[in-house]
Design a protein around this ligand. Structure first.
Ligand code: SF4
Length: 90
């Protein structure tokens, strides 16, 4: 597989987090050079959310929580009745 396209700017990949786990190199092999679609940081960042500094690629459950919370806070798409009432119209 190709390396993750975010590697140039990724603080984890570039050892720029305040704490780097001893398993960082193994994680880079698994996620950055392997399957980015399973990387917690990747999943968060591609949704336009800044990944916390202590979020490591193997923290998938935490990433899912971050994404679920972000979804709750984002405005929902207007429903048909909203549109009929002019709510959410551009
Ligand atoms: S796979 Fe994850 S940790 Fe690796 S470069 Fe991409 S976003 Fe960063």
């Amino acid at each position: 597989m190709a390396e993750c396209e975010r590697f140039k700017t990724c603080p984890f990949f570039n050892d720029q987090l305040s704490y780097m786990p001893r398993t960082a190199d193994a994680m880079k092999q698994k996620y950055c050079y392997g399957d980015k679609s399973q990387c917690a940081r990747y999943l968060v960042v591609i949704q336009g959310i800044t990944a916390p500094g202590d979020l490591f690629p193997n923290h998938l459950d935490r990433a899912r929580g971050i994404l679920a919370n972000a979804k709750k806070r984002r405005p929902l798409e207007p429903t048909k009745s909203d549109k009929a009432r002019g709510v959410g119209a551009p």
